[in-house]
Design a protein around this ligand. Structure first.
Ligand code: OOG
Ligand code: NI
Length: 464
């Protein structure tokens, strides 16, 4: 019977398309962003030829999206985990947005995404998923926490039928067509903006603490917060959107534009427009009002950094902050970052590989194999015995995420640092979801090591 199953990757691809249709209907500026992203990618391919697809085929990049959702409790997050498992998406990485910025973002997050390289190649759809830390005393006093728990505890984001279909899909590795359609309908609908009235007073009580808290705990349902296309040249996109009269946030977050290889992730966004929602006022009356919590985001992906590369990256970020603070207050972050990058980061893939700063898979090249028992990665690369192919960064950056959250927020919110925060880490969040959250760096390292093991066997030598 299994031949009639629609496999997980196909369900995932269809899910991404369904959400895009939904989000495009809800936030029309998203469609503009997708159009401009396509223009940017086509222009980039025309300028750069085959090299342009070094970090992913044009088909993959054009179809590629990440989504973001926010939920209110451990129970809701565990249910999200079941829904996404039905699409072959598993939790990877732990992000604590409470620490990543000075403003109030009381959430901890992970990303659900495919893990195996072939699954990523078929469809890499990923969803950044945040859970409200409703028990964090720095943000919520006791009465607010109690009311949050009551409010969130009494809503149902995902029904039993949806969860049962998701579980079955995960178990069988797919669903029969009829069930697949039902699964897609129910899953997509659970991320649709609800038209149920919002309690005005409660929403604004939470908003004074954090807009993100209000968007999670002040509304009766969850919704897709944004859907982010991937581009091959984010600087070009930024210009084209600005030319169309769309006001982007002040800068592109993450590494600067430079002549060397792109690493990690660069992102930028524009604030969404006001959206109409219904509010219930204390006198019981329901009137229309507006909210502005969703935004348009776009990203460019680079090569994944090793732990050593990530340490260096973190040092460079700190160095940029230091110079701006102590020496060059009049220059922008991006200008200073460009100097720091040029001074400190190798500008070729070969050097990034040889120094162990970025992850690659390695394959046999045309170079003549030396007659030795061991050789260094550098020697083999320089002699063309082996060739390095970059491993793309599939994950997120807490500092950029915080920057994106922050630049799209209305107020700073409030936070009492005299109070103790709730300790969350990858282990605790894994327990909440009931699934072990994978460590992204280990996943990339395994992929790289597997290619090296295969080469060692093929070349009959040890690679140092
Ligand atoms: C998630 C923000 C993080 C990204 O791309 O870094 C994110 C949110 O706004 O809920 O999506
Ligand atoms: Ni995002």
């Amino acid at each position: 019977m299994s031949s009639t199953l629609t496999p997980l990757w196909e369900l995932r691809a269809e899910f991404a398309v369904r959400l895009a249709e939904l989000y495009g209907a809800e936030v029309p500026a998203y469609n503009t962003l997708v159009d401009v992203s396509r223009e940017v990618n086509e222009a980039f391919i025309a300028r750069n030829g085959a090299d342009a697809e070094r970090l992913g085929s044009i088909d993959r990049v054009t179809a590629e999206r990440h989504g973001a959702i926010r939920v209110g409790s451990a129970r809701e997050l565990a249910q999200v985990g079941r829904v996404f498992a039905g699409f072959g998406m598993h939790p990877v990485g732990f992000y604590d947005l409470r620490d990543a910025s000075r403003s109030s973002v009381p959430v901890v997050s992970t990303a659900f995404r495919p893990i195996a390289a072939d699954e990523l190649a078929k469809n890499p759809f990923r969803v950044f998923t945040s859970m409200l830390a409703h028990d964090d005393r720095r943000f919520f006093d006791e009465p607010t926490q109690a009311r949050l728990e009551e409010f969130i505890g009494s809503r149902e984001l995902f029904g039993e039928e949806l969860l049962a279909l998701a579980d079955r899909s995960a178990q069988q590795g797919g669903l029969e067509r009829e069930d697949a359609d039902r699964f897609l309908d129910l899953a997509t609908a659970s991320f649709e903006l609800s038209d149920e009235p919002i309690d005005h007073e409660w929403y604004h009580h939470l908003e004074a603490i954090s807009s993100v808290a209000a968007d999670i705990g002040g509304v009766p349902a969850t919704h897709i917060n944004h859907l982010t296309p991937r581009v091959l040249d984010i600087d070009d996109l930024y210009k084209r959107m600005t030319d169309r009269g769309i006001t982007m946030i002040d800068e592109i977050q993450g590494p600067p534009d430079w002549e060397g290889p792109d690493v990690l992730l660069r992102q930028t966004s524009f604030r969404a427009l006001d959206e109409h929602r219904m509010f219930r006022y204390p006198d019981g009356e329901v009137r229309e009002g507006t909210l502005r919590v969703r935004f348009g985001e776009v990203e460019q992906r680079g090569i994944a950094l090793t732990a050593k590369g990530r340490d260096l990256y973190d040092q460079l970020v700190a160095e940029v902050d230091r110079r701006r603070h102590e020496e060059q207050p009049d220059r922008t972050r991006v200008e200073v970052a460009l100097d720091v990058w040029r001074e400190s980061l190798p500008s070729t893939e070969l050097e990034l590989a040889a120094q162990g700063l970025c992850f690659f898979t390695f394959r046999r090249g045309d170079g003549v194999v030396p007659l030795t028992e061991t050789a260094s990665l550098r020697e083999l690369l320089e002699a063309g015995v082996i060739v390095a192919e970059p491993i793309v960064y599939e994950d997120f950056l807490p500092r950029s995420a915080a920057g994106i959250f922050q630049s799209n927020l209305r107020g700073e919110g409030s936070r009492d640092d005299e109070q103790l925060g709730t300790p969350y880490d990858i282990d605790r969040l894994s327990e909440v979801i009931g699934i072990r959250i994978a460590d992204p760096t280990s996943l990339y390292a395994e992929q790289q090591q597997a290619s090296l093991d295969a080469l060692e066997a093929e070349l009959r030598m040890r690679i140092r």
